[in-house]
Design a protein around this ligand. Structure first.
Ligand code: HEC
Ligand code: HEC
Ligand code: HEC
Ligand code: HEC
Length: 412
């Protein structure tokens, strides 16, 4: 039973998306297509059907270009319906998967973003530098709320948001256009959980606390003040003004390139994704060695708590690499950046080896404590670990076939 691609709301209750007892929840329409300029954003609304009294616990997307606006957990209404709104930006065209975990299982939908996109980081920078040269402007590169993004992900190369790529930018600009003046500015929260990121980047030509770039929750009074070039509002403000700069994405994913004239006025803007078209300075990453801030309890075997009552599921699980997921990590890789998906949290800052039953089945604690009387809350989204970075080719259906342990009879 599939969710209808697009159905008038009134028909939904009568049609295919009605839940059968243990059926999968769904989002409709299953696919929404959006034509967006790179700097534009739009709000997209999905209808979630998740069974009467159900709860939507979390939602994931692979790109921060699609973010959930509806607060979760969301309790569904008496016929099991709810509405989820997402903000979508046109920066990265392509198809983005949305997965919503509910108490009845996982619902999925897709957003297809069509449009020109922001292009490659290096091309954007090159164009900005050329324009600045012909029009005698200065290029300001602004990264807002970097939040210490060392790298967005673990295993894959060319990750967006690497501070190594940001570190290389001032030098790259100098090489590409020696005669164009540039300024490199970190605004907002620069360090996040990694104290010293701002200081480390300053050695490569970046500055923090630049007075001409204001971050403000009350931008309107600043519009006419002298000495300010850009204002980054921290709350939505319904004004269009040359000084108002709304970074498309934060976390070091993009650099806003402002082309500024001699009077300190922004004349043009471009957005450069911090992607693998830019060179990298590996030395800066070496200043932030990965550490393990949790304890790894090698003797813990959380799955055995379930084995007695779910022997078939336990046996099936043991045959999968989930049961040995820590073994794939070399000792040097048993760090915060890597362990999250290869271990199971069993207590505050205590991890057990492998992807155990509890990694996927939320609410296992009360379920075990009650001898199975209290139900689990549902299984987490596979995509929370099999994400675009660590497993781009992942597909749930064939993946599930390999680890299947659900529809068991007899001893569950
Ligand atoms: C907590 C993180 C996590 C979640 C959630 C997760 N996986 Fe995995 N999965 C992993 C890791 C890590 C590996 C690789 C293990 C290894 O080789 O070290 C893996 C491996 C696999 C494999 C290869 C298994 C094999 O035996 O060859 C499949 C298939 C798979 N996962 C399917 C799924 C499906 C389907 C879901 C959702 C129902 C899911 N995974 C959820 C972390 C996760
Ligand atoms: C967001 C979750 C996540 C994080 C973080 C993560 N991994 Fe993985 N890792 C996975 C998944 C999922 C797989 C299974 C991928 C597959 O089957 O192709 C995997 C597989 C692997 C494998 C087995 C690869 C293979 O081809 O058999 C290795 C080795 C590995 N990861 C190392 C790392 C290292 C090193 C880090 C930290 C730098 C890391 N992982 C961080 C999710 C993650
Ligand atoms: C990689 C994630 C993952 C792991 C690890 C995992 N499960 Fe599951 N399990 C699921 C998913 C997904 C389902 C399908 C039902 C759903 O979507 O809630 C499921 C289904 C089940 C069901 C049947 C539910 C039903 O209604 O038929 C049982 C029982 C179960 N798991 C027990 C376990 C036990 C015990 C372990 C550990 C030995 C385990 N699972 C490990 C993801 C996982
Ligand atoms: C004392 C026995 C017992 C233990 C221990 C136990 N279960 Fe269960 N479990 C049950 C029973 C009985 C059911 C059937 C409940 C029902 O269908 O109403 C069940 C159902 C489930 C289901 C499907 C229904 C639901 O609640 O979503 C999942 C998933 C599940 N168990 C996971 C686990 C996991 C994971 C563990 C270990 C952390 C575990 N169970 C430990 C007895 C147990």
């Amino acid at each position: 039973m599939a969710c209808p691609a697009s159905v008038p709301l009134v028909l939904l209750a009568l049609m295919v998306c009605v839940l059968r007892a243990a059926d999968a929840p769904c989002l409709s329409p299953a696919l929404q297509r959006l034509d967006l300029a790179p700097t534009a954003s739009a709000i997209v609304v999905f209808d979630l059907q998740g069974g009467p009294g159900g709860i939507a616990t979390h939602a994931t997307t692979d790109c921060s270009c699609v973010t959930l606006l509806t607060p979760l957990p969301l309790r569904l209404d008496f016929i099991g319906r709810g509405t989820l709104a997402f903000r979508v930006t046109g920066l990265r065209p392509g198809v983005e998967d949305i997965l919503v975990a509910t108490s009845a299982g996982i619902a999925r939908a897709q957003i297809q973003i069509v449009g020109p996109g922001a292009g490659r980081g290096r091309d954007q920078l090159t164009t900005a530098l050329e324009t600045a040269k012909t029009k005698s402007l200065v290029v300001w590169g602004v990264v807002h709320d970097l939040s210490g993004a060392i790298r967005q992900c673990g295993c894959s190369a060319g990750a967006l948001g690497g501070i190594d790529r940001l570190a290389a930018l001032p030098g790259l600009s100098l090489n590409l256009a020696p005669s164009v003046a540039t300024r490199w500015i970190l605004s907002g929260d620069c360090d996040g959980k990694h104290p010293g990121v701002g200081t480390a980047l300053s050695a490569y030509g970046w500055s923090t606390g630049v007075p001409e770039v204001h971050v403000s929750a009350d931008p309107l009074p600043l519009l006419g003040q002298p000495g300010i070039t850009a204002i980054i509002p921290t709350v939505p403000v319904p004004v269009q003004h040359r000084r108002i700069v709304r970074p498309i994405l934060t976390g070091g994913l993009v650099v806003e390139l402002l082309l500024v004239d001699a009077q300190g006025q922004i004349q043009e803007r471009r957005t450069a994704p911090a992607d693998d078209s830019l060179p990298a300075e590996p030395a800066i990453l070496a200043q932030f060695p990965d550490r393990l801030t949790s304890t790894l309890d090698h003797t813990a075997q959380p799955a055995t708590a379930c084995a007695g009552c779910h022997s078939t599921a336990y046996a099936a699980w043991q045959r999968t690499t989930h049961a040995r997921a820590l073994d794939s990590l070399k000792p040097a890789d048993r760090t915060d950046a890597c362990v999250v998906c290869h271990t199971t949290a069993i207590a505050e800052r205590v991890l057990a080896p492998a992807v155990n039953c509890q990694s996927c089945h939320t609410g296992s604690g009360p379920h075990v404590a009650s001898g199975g009387a209290v139900r689990t809350i549902g299984a987490v989204n596979c995509r929370s670990c099999h994400d675009a970075k660590h497993h781009p080719a992942f597909q749930r259906e064939p993946g599930w076939k390999l680890i299947e342990h659900g529809l068991e009879t007899g001893s569950r």
